[in-house]
Design a protein around this ligand. Structure first.
Ligand code: ZN
Length: 274
């Protein structure tokens, strides 16, 4: 049984991860070092003190303004921290984490890193319409490592071969293959690029972590969400015809939903068709 204490513990870690996601999203596309200089106000460059660096609360405490120059600090920063906290809490609940058990710690930390990575990729895609190769590549590599060695670390037993790795490799190939096919068909039918190469790598990354079945669930949810937002956007005039919009955030949402509710969704789908 997962306790509230455990969930709150992971939510605090998630808020700190959310804080780092903000740094990555702001700095990576500009090619600024992620570690140096420490957090500072973008307007007046003054460094943030200890209390201002506390996720969400620091922003609320300062009323959303820099203490030195009074420049407004965007509400997106505390929101991302709150989302990070919520997602880590959900992962801890999903993994039925137990407090301070090493195996459970590794499990939640690994899946938490995936979720934080998806959050960063979504925000960068929204900002720049790109999914940086550094992040998707790190996600693929991390996923392959976790699927190979994770079960041993978590259960302490080396089962006959790493089955998770094969499942992850099938997922990787499915992600790359499907998006190649979509790209090919899109070019043939629409005469233009239908999907970015970054989307294929993101799908491959989700395939590694979730396996090929989990990837299908993630893609299904992602395409449905994208279609709904596209239709609503066109109907309300927020989107123009032919206007490209980033697909990464939808894929990422599909991936997170697949991670949290994938087995339930697959089970109810199978009940539906049999
Ligand atoms: Zn300032």
């Amino acid at each position: 049984m997962v306790t509230w204490l455990t969930i709150i513990y992971w939510m605090l870690i998630g808020a700190a991860f959310g804080s780092f996601v903000n740094v990555v999203v702001y700095r990576l596309p500009q090619g600024i070092s992620l570690l140096w200089p420490p957090s500072h106000c973008p307007a007046c460059k003054s460094r943030l003190g200890m209390t201002e660096n506390v996720p969400v609360l620091g922003w609320l405490w300062l009323g959303g303004r820099c203490r030195h120059c009074g420049a407004a600090i965007h509400w997106r920063y505390p929101l991302v921290e709150a989302v990070g906290a919520t997602l880590f809490g959900l992962v801890a609940w999903k993994m039925q984490a137990s407090f301070l058990t090493p195996a459970s710690f590794i499990d939640v930390a690994a899946w938490g890193c995936l979720v934080a990575l998806l959050l960063a990729l979504s925000l960068i895609d929204l900002d720049t319409m790109e999914l940086p190769d550094e992040l998707t590549r790190a996600g693929i590599l991390g996923g392959l490592l976790f699927r190979t060695f994770g079960p041993v670390l978590v259960t302490g037993m080396w089962a006959s071969g790493p089955p998770g790795l094969m499942d992850g490799l099938y997922g990787l190939l499915l992600g790359l293959g499907l998006f190649d096919l979509i790209g090919y068909l899109g070019e043939r039918l629409l005469g233009k690029e239908a999907m970015g190469g970054g989307d294929a790598k993101l799908a491959a990354m989700l395939g590694v972590w979730l396996g090929w079945q989990g990837l299908l669930v993630a893609l299904g949810i992602g395409f449905c969400l994208g279609a709904v937002v596209g239709v609503v956007g066109l109907a309300t005039g927020q989107l123009k015809r032919e206007q490209a919009f980033p697909f990464g955030p939808f894929l990422a949402c599909g991936g997170i939903a697949g991670l949290l509710f994938g087995e339930t969704l697959i089970a109810s789908y199978l009940r539906l068709i049999y």
